[in-house]
Design a protein around this ligand. Structure first.
Ligand code: NI
Length: 255
């Protein structure tokens, strides 16, 4: 069994966990899960993330408005977000970014929310957790402009783009997607990322790795991705897990 696992990106507030959330969250530490950063997607789920952080020692919160949700944000979202980010276990502004694959919110709105939250992270000296789906050019433009501390989660770009992100001082988050059949680019990125810039994540309940693809994911499935990434990097999974946990502790200032 693997230990010391740091899941840097989870959504345990998702309704897919409604039936057994308390049992599952109580069990994770005994399954080798050391820390979890649970990421909000709007002000309401960000508040829930803070509540879980109050309830469970090993859970920390990221608070932010996701590109899918910014179109429906209430007028005083920023004030609420500031309040939530002042929580003692709020460790990042996230999940924020751009999503041009689904376009659930108008692109101009997505860009405005993304930029405002990048500014907020700078002001509060917090790292960001970035979602970039089919929006590499616009995401990169804003990342270059603000050079935030943080991670591009579920990294889906090329090695060249990963190099740019790393050169900017940011981290690359990898998870279940590296195990998918068509995962040529993520596997190349997994090989490339310098060992001090790699983070592991689930994005649960989504992105369950092979052989659980399509099922509900949780932090216990991190080893599936870790095994594959360790293999392509020529190391063993526990060494990789330990290293990425150190990286996550550094980025999120968690001990
Ligand atoms: Ni996510």
């Amino acid at each position: 069994m693997f230990t010391n696992i740091f899941d840097t990106h989870a959504h345990y507030h998702d309704r897919q966990f409604d039936g057994d959330r308390d049992t599952l969250l109580a069990e994770l530490p005994s399954a080798g899960i050391f820390r979890v950063v649970n990421c909000g997607t709007d002000t309401s789920t960000s508040r829930t993330c803070c509540e879980y952080a109050d309830q469970y020692d090993y859970i920390y919160a990221a608070c932010g408005v996701h590109p899918h949700d910014c179109g429906a944000a209430e007028e005083d979202w920023e004030e609420t977000l500031r309040e939530l980010l002042s929580h003692k276990k709020s460790v990042a502004v996230g999940e924020i970014g751009l999503d041009y694959q689904y376009d659930f919110s108008p692109r101009e709105t997505q860009k405005r929310f993304f930029e405002r939250q990048l500014q907020l992270a700078k002001e509060l000296d917090l790292p960001v957790i970035i979602h970039d789906r089919e929006a590499h050019a616009d995401t990169w433009e804003l990342l270059q402009k603000y050079a935030p501390k943080g991670v591009v989660h579920c990294f889906s770009g090329s090695v060249e783009m990963a190099r740019d992100v790393v050169d900017l001082g940011m981290y690359i988050g990898l998870g279940g997607a590296v195990t998918f059949k068509n995962a040529r680019k993520p596997v190349e990125v997994a090989k490339f990322v310098p060992e001090d810039r790699l983070l592991l994540e689930t994005d649960c309940p989504y992105m369950a790795p092979v052989p659980y693809r399509g099922k509900r994911c949780d932090s216990r499935l991190i080893p599936c991705a870790a095994e594959l990434i360790a293999q392509v990097r020529g190391t063993d999974p526990q060494t990789l897990i330990d290293r990425t946990t150190e990286n996550a502790k550094t980025l999120f200032q968690i001990h």
